[in-house]
Design a protein around this ligand. Structure first.
Ligand code: HEM
Length: 287
């Protein structure tokens, strides 16, 4: 099985958080794949039933949301002309899903979240930059209301070793990122369920054994992009979530070696933070 990204490599020192930023070619800002229909249907369901848990906008972020609506519309029309169309103020997805371009920030953010698989977060153009809005339908064991209005230090407080390694560089990056230099990075974790909407911490299942663990664990990757919006100067953070069964990931021997090496170099507090408390040792011994 092909993977769009692969976050592991053979390691010779302990794992620690890293910036891992790479220049983003803006033509690749948004990624659409065969899971589009399923993920967008899931978003529609989440927005209908749990909007308060996934969508928030501070008043100061309203112009940035409306700027993004316009940027995203233009981007999708130019890079995916067979999928998106626009006429008479109506934006259409796959010719049957229609959205009125809105001046209301909540409506606009809700709509554009259903145009693509990406989640959106808006960081203010302040020092330090703060999370002032977003639509996060696919969070990995956190939720937007608990992080709203916080700066990067407080947002990342639960991440082991974040403060000692990349906290300062992350704040500086958010303050200095330029419109012309968008970037992207990858985050990964392992879950013991395929559910994509995981807004709360979870104890994890207790029935995993060495013979069934690869059947019930999943690699979850987040392809994140960061760009400064040209008009409002806010920083737009997008998260595109990919989930793959671990048994498919390790069907390739090289990938299995790299995953095992990464897990062998993962500090226990990082494994626990990532939600692997119950199956970390079992998984390492099963690879
Ligand atoms: C260059 C910028 C950034 C870097 C280097 C970075 C790095 C990281 C790392 C290493 C983790 C831990 C992931 C894991 O081990 O599973 C993390 C988690 C997280 N990041 Fe970032 N991040 C950046 C920007 C942002 C921004 C702009 C937001 C705004 C929403 C954000 C929100 C989060 C959240 C909510 C978590 C989970 C925290 C928790 O578990 O409570 N990050 N980030």
């Amino acid at each position: 099985m092909q993977l769009p990204y692969f976050p592991f490599e053979v390691m010779n020192e302990a794992y620690k958080p890293s910036m891992g930023l790479k220049p983003l070619d803006l033509s690749r800002w948004i990624e659409i794949d065969e899971t589009f229909k399923t993920q967008v249907a899931k978003k529609k369901d989440i927005l209908k039933n749990h909007q308060d848990l996934v969508l928030k906008i501070e008043p100061m972020a309203s112009p940035a949301v409306l700027e993004t609506q316009e940027l995203l519309k233009e981007h999708l029309l130019s890079y995916f002309p067979n999928k998106y169309s626009f006429a008479d103020s109506i934006f259409k997805v796959d010719s049957n899903d229609s959205y009125k371009i809105s001046n209301d920030p909540t409506e606009a953010l809700k709509n554009m979240s259903q145009w693509v698989q990406e989640d959106f977060a808006f960081m203010s153009p302040e020092s330090p930059s703060r999370l002032v809005g977003g639509c996060i339908c696919f969070p990995s064991r956190w939720n937007l209301p608990q992080k709203m209005s916080l700066g990067s230090d407080a947002i990342h407080a639960p991440v082991p070793k974040f403060k000692e390694t990349v906290a300062k560089a992350t704040n500086q990056f958010l303050e200095r990122i330029q419109v012309e230099k968008p970037m992207w990075r990858l985050n990964w974790t392992l879950h013991d369920c395929p559910e994509i909407f995981t807004p709360f911490p979870d104890e994890g299942r207790s029935d995993l054994t060495s013979s069934n663990i690869l059947e019930h664990t999943y690699l979850r990757m987040e392809r994140q992009t960061l760009r400064r919006l040209p008009k409002t100067n806010f920083v737009l953070f997008t998260i595109r979530t990919y989930i793959f069964p671990l048994k498919d990931v390790v069907s390739d021997p090289q990938r299995k070696i790299a995953l095992k090496s990464t897990l062998d170099h993962l500090p226990i507090e990082t494994a626990n933070y990532k939600g692997m408390r119950k199956f970390f040792d079992l998984l390492k011994n099963s690879l």
